[in-house]
Design a protein around this ligand. Structure first.
Ligand SMILES: C[S@@+](CC[C@H](N)C(=O)[O-])C[C@H]1O[C@@H](n2cnc3c(N)ncnc32)[C@H](O)[C@@H]1O
Length: 283
């Protein structure tokens, strides 16, 4: 990930209009675009931040991609979590070096890569995927980014519900359509104070999940939010928001695993239906 470019490296080529191209350097390879060709041999041995000229006279800036660049450009199987949401998920699920995280579904591997980086070499991420084709796709994408499957990341095929009891995760991060099926195993097996985090595209799904978290009586500090990311054009006197933005991706819901309140035992619901009515907030 540093030093002069070598065969096998993934590079980001940026053209004069700011368009991004992801290129993997291979022996005898060529990058083709509307302004001609750049042989990969011209890039090997060069350094980040250099400029190359294509056969058609196009100037291209050459960088190593950031993880966000890679996620936006990599080939996808399942829909990825966008970088604008990965940042808040890492912060509000409180992913830190050395932690044990259970993630599902692996999908295209975008969130798994970010989690593996965040826990670092001393942590552990177990990522579970029910579809073998998605799992294989994610494996390829992750290998291309890290050069290997990093030792702290374990990719498993199966149903996440079946794994919670074995892992007892401090942090559970779910990007799958029906996370409410994971609430009972999480209530039984996550340690006190652990974080349950789910990413969902629609509000009916969020409602079902939050009701399941509340009625379990074992989760508090339940919060749901979305993140709007609006980029700006800054050019001379033209300083304004871009005309286009991604209007919607998904909602993040986070909750903390807690002990059952003594006065909740035997009653599934109270006003807020949860272990800590004061903790049930929307920000
Ligand atoms: C939207 S994708 C996840 C994308 C992933 N977060 C990423 O950033 O690339 C949802 C995935 O969850 C998987 N899935 C759904 N329910 C599951 C379950 N109960 N256990 C494991 N995987 C599941 C699906 O097969 C699908 O690949």
């Amino acid at each position: 990930m540093s030093g002069p470019f070598r065969l096998g490296d993934s590079l980001l080529l940026v053209d004069g209009k700011g368009r991004h191209y992801l290129v993997k350097l291979v022996e005898g390879g060529e990058f083709h675009y509307h302004r001609g060709v750049v042989p990969h041999a011209e890039l090997v041995g060069r350094s980040e931040g250099c400029w190359v000229t294509s056969t058609g006279g196009g100037r291209l800036l050459v960088l190593r991609p950031r993880l966000a660049d890679y996620i936006l450009k990599m080939q996808r199987g399942a829909q990825v979590v966008y970088p604008k949401d990965i940042g808040p998920i890492l912060v509000w699920a409180d992913i830190a070096p050395g932690m044990t995280v259970l993630e599902a579904g692996t999908g295209s591997g975008a969130l798994a890569m970010a989690l593996a980086r965040a826990v670092g070499a001393g942590g552990r991420v177990v990522s579970v995927e029910r579809r073998p084709d998605h799992g294989a796709h994610a494996r390829r994408a992750i290998r291309r980014w890290f050069g290997e499957i990093p030792p702290q990341l374990e990719l498993r095929e199966g149903e996440v519900e079946d794994v919670v009891g074995e892992i007892r995760p401090e942090r559970l991060v779910l990007d799958l359509p029906e996370p409410w099926h994971v609430v009972t195993p999480a209530a039984e097996h996550q340690p006190g104070g652990a974080v349950f985090c789910a990413y969902l595209p629609t509000i009916p799904q969020v409602q079902t999940l939050v009701e399941a978290l509340r009625s379990s009586g074992r989760f508090a500090e339940i919060e749901t939010f979305e993140t709007l990311h609006r980029s700006w054009k800054v050019a001379g006197r033209s300083v304004r928001p871009d005309h286009q933005m991604v209007g919607h991706t998904g909602f993040v819901t986070v909750a903390r695993r807690v002990e059952a309140r003594v006065d909740d035992v035997g009653s599934a619901t109270d006003d807020a239906g949860g272990a800590d009515p004061q903790g049930v907030t929307a920000r």
